[in-house]
Design a binder for this molecule. Sequence first.
Ligand SMILES: [Zn+2]
Length: 243
Amino acid sequence: MSESKDLRARVAEACRVLARLDLTKAATGHVSARVPGSDRVLIRARGPGELGVRYTTEEQIVEVDLDGKIVGSAAAGLSAPIEVFIHTAIYTARPEVNSVVHVHPAIVVLFTICNKPLLPIFGAYDPSALQLALEGIPTFDRSVLVSTPELGDALMRTMGSAKTCLMRGHGITTAGTTIEEAALHAIHLNELAAMNYQAHLLGDPRPISAEDQAAFRALARPTGRPSERIAALWRYYQTLTAD
Ligand SMILES: [Zn+2]
């Protein structure tokens, strides 16, 4: 399998995994990956025969340039998603990013609707999700489709160097050095929101102590999470969501 083919398969698989985890539904959402050493991007397309993010196949992945235009040969009728500019703006501004995820997870979006922060309410329960809260999660205040390069740039300015960004009344965008990392950021962000949501139902969520927040911040600093742990966690989600 060539590197490009393998990348297509991984983009399609990440779409399926995220949708099967109910992070998005129907046709709303896309995963993309930078083609190594190029200014090209592989992204989930829209078009004939489309069955939604949950059923994305390699054949539904198209190659676009950083202007969001399809390049190379795409199957007849396939087009780049209208919000391709979410992806192109991030790849243009952040050379370290090799994958971008945009999905519409209902529980996370509820927090943007009610303007409630995602608090660092747990520690060892899920350190990866906690780290996102500790690092700070910006919110893009517009609720429209990111359908122009200008809106993509505005989202990028809000997101800055963050791993994740909320989009008010819309969804989330995450960025990673690999497809699996970007997808896991989305999964962790959804977990953080799900726990905050349930804690609000039960009572008044309170952040873990400043001392324990500092302990987890210190853990994150030296190297971040080793890639083997990302691979292991991704294998778990691949298996969990396999047919
Ligand atoms: Zn969207």
